[in-house]
Write a protein that binds this ligand. Structure first.
Ligand code: FNR
Length: 181
């Protein structure tokens, strides 16, 4: 039976390269994994005043989807040398109520995706900090910095072979990692 893995995409825009990469990962993932994109764009900014006995429906939906997953892959753009607020908000929503975090112990991996040459290094490493605190064991190798992403897709939206292989080595390593938990 395959493991259900949540994919959190840090860009909310329609033509996002990060979402395109997430979709390629879905297609090429080994049979041991089923990747589901869990949406974060509808989560109200975390506010304890609106959480509690009657949280927003989006919080409940999101928490349930992550809780039902055996692991989480973060596909993140880099915003100002860090990861986007949308991901931080999703982490905060999933971490509450206190003592009921949906993130704990779920094997995680990060791939940063950027049209720039550095491949979102800053985002990739900043995101590791809260994941450590949230008690998520994070895949260390291979590191995945997907730079120059605009050149990886042709006009039909097809990814080139070299990039597909790179993504393949990442997702296969993650499958081995997730199998340990
Ligand atoms: C960016 N971008 C960017 N790129 C990068 O490599 N390092 C950075 O620090 C930043 N900073 C940044 C800040 C903000 C607010 C925006 C909107 C963008 C460019 C970014 O990589 C580019 O817009 C990507 O296309 C975003 O990913 P999606 O939306 O294509 O998935």
């Amino acid at each position: 039976m395959s493991k259900s893995i949540a994919v959190v995409v840090g860009s909310l825009r329609k033509d996002s390269y990060n979402r395109k990469v997430a979709k390629v990962l879905q297609q090429i993932a080994p049979a041991s994994l089923k990747l589901n994109i869990v949406e974060i764009g509808d989560l109200p900014l975390y506010n304890e005043d609106i959480d509690g006995a009657n949280p927003p429906a989006a919080y409940t939906r999101f928490r349930q989807e992550i809780a039902a997953s055996a692991g989480v892959i973060f596909v993140t753009p880099e915003y100002n040398r860090s990861y986007p607020a949308a991901i931080k908000n999703a982490l905060d929503v999933g971490s509450r109520p206190y003592g009921k975090s949906v993130w704990a112990k779920k094997p995680a991996a990060i791939i940063s995706v950027s049209p720039g040459a550095i491949g979102g290094f800053g985002a990739n490493h900043h995101l590791r900090q809260p994941l450590v605190f949230l008690d998520m064991p994070i895949l260390q190798q291979p590191e995945a910095y997907f730079g120059n992403v605009a050149q990886a897709f042709d006009e039909q939206g097809q990814i080139n072979e070299k990039s597909k292989q790179f993504l393949g080595s990442f997702i296969n390593a993650y499958a081995d990692w997730a199998a340990k938990f």
